[in-house]
Design a protein around this ligand. Structure first.
Ligand SMILES: Cc1cc2nc3c(=O)[nH]c(=O)nc-3n(C[C@H](O)[C@H](O)[C@H](O)COP(=O)(O)O)c2cc1C
Length: 330
């Protein structure tokens, strides 16, 4: 879960018998190296390293200015000079440079969101024996991934927190809930399917497995664990009534992602036609977020969360992992 965790959560989950993940989408190569070293120092168990693999867009000046203009009332309100808002390339796709870092470590599992990297890059990952996982949000995407040789498919249902992994289309009407998606993908591919989205307890894990899933990927439930780096405003929103109101929104990054509805989502979104393409929308929101968080509000923060926050608990990740695995016997 990029932005809300690093190596500590990954180690805790792996040590407790789950497959901990290190999200690398928002890490520099140096930060990635440091985090991977910390994982290797913390566990000898398998772990997953996760990357985005979008095609970086060409910045569109007019769209950038239209976006900044739409946000101008907020800059004015918070005393931010619109001219001072720098472009930030906050989410970089998997690259040969990242593969160089991984090649020294050869993690046993690597997962991708938003499709797959180019074939030569994928081949590098495969060459050191890593199992490759990738997210599918439709049966078509699952078939596409299987045809390119992934070892397992993460079926990401509409309930899931964070970015939708959708990559073959931009049509959100194709997106369905986890318990509709999992059995359809299980029926369409031969590789194992991991269910993701809205699973928050052991009964949910068992239900996903009853539908043919080989495992479950859980994000939101871990957000209040002490090992997560979830911000104070995000934790407060997750722990309160606000968490019952989530939406798919593109106002934070340019790509649809599920988060708790806050002021920016309500007033500019949830889906804005003028938000620059992923991940460019992020740069203009960043100073608003920073200023608002300093004032103690999450009005402009991406409060990523899935529809089912009922499993969020302030307990150590090891305890949560063991609880989630109870009925499935994993
Ligand atoms: C805060 C947050 C950040 C996320 N970041 C990533 C990410 O960096 N890479 C990724 O593949 N999925 C990411 N996801 C999606 C999760 O991998 C997973 O699909 C989702 O959390 C499952 O649904 P749930 O949140 O209802 O448990 C994120 C989810 C959340 C809640």
């Amino acid at each position: 879960m990029a932005g809300v965790q690093g190596s500590t959560l990954a180690v805790a989950v792996s040590e407790a018998g789950g497959l901990g993940s290190l999200p690398c989408a928002m890490l520099s190569l140096d930060a990635m190296r440091v985090a991977l070293d910390a994982i290797l120092a913390g566990t000898t168990r398998p772990f997953n390293v996760n990357f985005f693999c979008h095609t970086p867009p060409v910045p569109h000046l007019e769209r950038e200015w239209a976006w900044r203009n739409a946000l101008r009332p907020y800059y004015d309100e918070l005393g931010i000079d619109v001219g001072s808002v720098p472009p930030v390339d906050a989410r970089t796709p998997f690259s040969h440079e990242a593969a160089d870092v991984l090649a020294d470590i050869k993690p046993s599992v690597v997962s991708f969101h938003f499709g797959l990297p180019p074939a030569d890059l994928l081949q590098r990952v495969r060459s050191w024996g890593a199992k490759i996982l990738a997210s599918a949000t439709t049966v078509d995407e699952a078939r596409w991934l299987e045809a390119r040789g992934v070892d397992a498919i993460i079926a990401q249902g509409l309930e899931a927190g964070g970015h939708r992994g959708i990559f073959l289309s931009e049509d959100l009407t194709t997106q369905v809930g986890t318990f509709a998606l999992v059995p359809q993908i299980v029926g369409a591919v031969r590789v194992p399917v991991v269910a993701a989205g809205g699973i928050a307890d052991a009964a949910g894990v068992a239900a996903a497995m009853a539908l043919g899933a080989a495992g479950a990927q859980i994000g939101t439930a871990y957000l209040l664990c002490p090992e997560a780096t979830t911000s104070a405003v995000h934790r407060a929103a997750l722990a309160g009534d606000a968490a019952r109101h989530t939406a798919l929104t593109n106002v934070f990054t340019g790509r649809p992602a599920r988060g708790i509805v806050n002021r920016l989502v309500r007033e500019i979104g949830p889906i804005s036609g003028i938000a620059p393409q992923f991940p460019l929308a992020f740069a203009a929101v960043l100073p608003l977020r920073a200023r608002a968080e300093a004032l103690g509000t999450g009005d402009f923060s991406p409060l990523w969360a899935g529809q089912n926050a009922s499993g969020c608990k302030e307990v150590p990740a090891a305890e949560l992992t063991r609880e989630l695995g109870q009925r499935s016997g994993s």
